[in-house]
Design a protein around this ligand. Structure first.
Ligand code: FDM
Length: 212
């Protein structure tokens, strides 16, 4: 018998450039944790299923034009609209594996030239990840991987700028994993790092907030 307030879930975020392998690694990790009997869910941002998410999706697919500040705030709003559910899930013991989060928000918008601190401000108060796995790949290598899908930000020159911004966001919750390794090697490292953090959260590590 496991009592609900005995342990909480971990908030694990994957970040990295487009084509760094985030989505495949998230999927594999979720199956692995499920297999070990953990309560786990796969989330992603933007969450294109909400009405805010549909506006974001239209923008990313070039079906709508929005001012850079406006789209930045929509990405942030898309996280805020999921915040209370996120907190409830973690408290109920579910680990969340999240494909992109606030770091994408700041890295992509500031790469367009928006002020870095301005970009961080709307993220303040969101739940801080217990662990950020940064899948590290040089932009040129990522571009070689079957090419980009044609969405708005999928261009080499822009991805180079995003990579620079990501570097400014690294903090103690980050683990950098070399994403140029074979998929299986990345997967093995990711599993080891994540298991350790899931255990720490179960032992009662408090939930904290961005960006402090
Ligand atoms: N993106 C993603 C942002 O610009 N800001 C954000 O807050 C988030 C979460 O949207 F180019 C960008 C990053 C990427 C695109 O693509 C989403 P995917 O393929 O759904 O990750």
């Amino acid at each position: 018998l496991r009592l609900y307030n005995e342990s909480r879930g971990a908030l694990v975020v994957f970040e990295g450039l487009d084509r760094s392998g985030k989505t495949s690694q998230c999927g594999r990790l979720v199956s692995y944790l499920e297999g070990l009997g953990h309560s786990v869910e796969l989330w992603r941002f933007p969450d294109r299923t909400t009405s805010v998410g549909q506006m974001i999706s239209a923008y990313l697919t070039n079906n709508s034009q929005l001012d850079d500040h406006t789209i930045h705030l929509l990405f942030s709003a898309n996280r805020w609209e999921k915040r209370s559910l996120m907190e409830a899930k973690l408290k109920a013991g579910t680990t969340l594996i999240v494909d992109r989060y606030s770091y994408s928000g700041v890295a992509f918008s500031s790469a367009k030239g928006l002020d870095f601190q301005w970009c961080k401000a709307p993220e303040i108060g969101l739940i801080a990840p217990d662990l950020v796995i940064y899948l590290d790949i040089v932009p040129e290598k990522a571009a070689e991987r079957g090419g980009y899908g044609g969405e708005r930000y999928e261009q080499l020159e822009f991805q180079r700028k995003v990579a620079q911004r990501y570097k400014l966001l690294e903090d103690s919750s980050w683990k950098i994993v070399d994403a140029c390794q074979p998929l299986e090697d990345v997967e093995k490292q990711v599993k080891e790092i994540v298991l350790e953090h899931v255990m720490t959260c179960q032992k009662g590590k408090p939930v904290s907030s961005l960006w402090s």
